[in-house]
Ligand binder design. Sequence first.
Ligand SMILES: [Zn+2]
Length: 204
Amino acid sequence: MDPYPKPLRELISQLKRLPGIGEKTASRLALYILGEKGGLAVGLADALKKVKQCIRLCPVCFNITDKKLCAICQNASRDVSIICVVEDPSDVLALEATHSYNGLYHVLHGLISPINGIGPDNIKLPELIERAKKPSIKEVLIATNPSVEGESTSHYIHKVIRDAKLPVTVSRIAYGIPMGAELKYMDQITLSSALRYRRNIKDL
Ligand SMILES: [Zn+2]
């Protein structure tokens, strides 16, 4: 017999659907929510409802927003000649946190993955190619992850832009040794890409 009352079991089952949450953590969180006296349960329920009701995709770059256009597309001080292509909205947040990029974004919402039946038309790729045709766009910077899917998506974008003879530079984010890491602990793929994408020291 299940020792948990049914509504509590239901909460645990829902929490378990979250990434990285197993049975133990879900049950700990559920019991915490149940016992908390400061209005957490109501606040959480409200916030969950609101986030699903109000957050939509920006019609230009497909980043998440609660306005008509996202904060980046609306910002007149951004460099409109460069589009950084990422897989997910969380990548936009990560890149924005660096304060090192001032261009626009394009969120693909996935990567090309033939094994999973995801082709270019299943993600926001046709929309990217349309944007790249705008005369104001000078560079498309591809910042997909260095995975098999990330690389094939990057190659695909490069090929389509090249075949369409668009006057746009296609660049790829650099990857290699992370800050603070030691060479001897790096895997071969990381080391070989660090060698391949080396830069002249005067450009650093
Ligand atoms: Zn936008």
